[in-house]
Design a protein around this ligand. Structure first.
Ligand code: SMG
Ligand code: MG
Length: 370
């Protein structure tokens, strides 16, 4: 394939309810879609991070520059542009996995559409639908939290993840366990809010039979996570600290985690996500697909990943209605606690022109440079 054009569409979708984590509160999904046109087909992707570098070091405005000035010129210089050729061509650019993932996914979408192949088939997915978990933000009060959890369970979500931080950890977990019972699949996510000095406190969570505790300590500190894991019965799951398959290999070898949250964007794209899945499966380590409150454009390919055989835990891939009153694509609807895996070629979904026009706040051509 040959790259003809790449454009960025900045979109802003209001969230139905604010989403609070240990690092901040989101009230809208503010991101950009990348749309590429090749001589064979067009492709779409969604940048996964936020306007501010609070979840990870990447952010919207920075990613736009990286894609425009460093990634697209390398893609355009390839004599034969394929997804397989792209990653080595981008390797000289250090880091910026989420920006690389946006470009690679748009290209993969175009390439698979040109071949008439769904992403799920390309990845080797084995399920037609995947169980959906839901990530519940930090609330002002326990009654408010219990109401939210009750509503999500009534909608059919099969697993609850509670966001935690110092001061909002043992009490909400205890309240949810007391109200909804021992059998509820329950896990927590600290988004790096603790230090090793909190190990004794975090041990109090062991009595609640959690599936996992996600990224309790600072990003990239595998050594500290390994030391924490030695003191906890609850499996440690890494999210922010895993940027590629090499990190995953190190983390598993060090026993820094016993579960991995795979976010394809965080690891540079779907092929690397697949490698982490395979590596973890070979070690008997369960994985699941995380989420970044994606619109339908980012959600569709994540559902294909979540349908891989090693994704043995429910993901954060919730229905569109958990986030937005209206999505940019046909919404993903929860049925019997599951979401369908797209079956159309590529990522399997397109933006709806009307909705896209209404949610687009800026549009810029990145290639060729005008
Ligand atoms: O997509 O439903 C979702 C959000 C899942 O909790 C979620 N994501 O650390 O796993 C995580 C967070 C990162 C995004 S918080 C703004
Ligand atoms: Mg997380």
């Amino acid at each position: 394939m040959r790259l003809e054009r790449a454009e960025l569409l900045h979109v802003a979708l209001p969230l139905i309810t604010p989403f609070r984590t240990s690092f901040g509160t989101m009230t809208s999904k503010d991101t950009f879609l990348l749309h590429i046109v090749t001589d064979r087909a067009e492709g779409w992707s969604e940048f996964a991070a936020d306007p501010e570098p609070l979840y990870c070091s990447e952010f919207l405005a920075g990613a736009e520059i990286v894609i425009r000035d460093f990634l697209l010129p390398r893609a355009a210089a390839l004599r034969t542009l394929t997804t397989a050729a792209l990653a080595p061509a981008l390797a000289a650019v250090k880091g910026h996995e989420l920006a690389k993932a946006a470009l690679e996914t748009a290209l993969l979408d175009a390439e698979l559409r040109a071949h008439g192949m769904p992403l799920a088939t390309f990845l080797g997915s084995v399920h037609e639908r995947v169980p959906a978990g839901v990530s519940v933000g930090i609330k002002d009060s326990l009654p408010e939290l219990l109401d939210d959890v009750e509503r999500y369970l009534a909608e059919g979500y099969v697993r609850i993840k509670l966001k935690i931080e110092p001061g909002w950890d043992v009490a909400p977990v205890r309240a949810v366990r007391e109200r909804f019972g021992e059998a509820l699949p329950l896990q927590v996510d600290a988004n790096t809010a603790y230090t090793l000095a909190d190990a004794e406190h975090l041990r109090k969570l062991d009595e609640f039979g959690l599936l996992l505790i996600e990224e309790p300590l600072e990003e990239n500190n595998l050594h500290a996570h390994a030391r924490l894991q030695r003191r906890l019965a609850t499996p440690v799951c890494l999210d922010e600290s895993i940027h590629n398959a090499r990190d995953a290999a190190s983390a598993i070898a060090m026993d820094a985690c016993r579960v991995i949250n795979i976010k394809p964007a965080r690891v540079g794209g779907y092929p690397e996500a697949r490698r982490i899945h395979d590596l973890a499966a070979a070690h008997g380590v369960p994985v699941w697909c995380g989420g970044m409150l994606e619109t339908g454009i980012g959600r569709a390919p994540n559902l294909a990943l979540a349908a891989l055989p090693g994704c043995t835990l429910p993901g954060d891939t919730s229905a569109s209605g958990r986030y937005f009153a209206e999505d940019i694509t046909e919404p993903f609807v929860l049925r019997d606690g599951h979401l369908p895996v797209p079956t159309a070629p590529g990522i399997g979904i397109d933006p709806l022109p009307d909705a896209l026009a209404r949610f687009t706040t800026a549009r810029r051509q990145l290639y060729p440079r005008t």
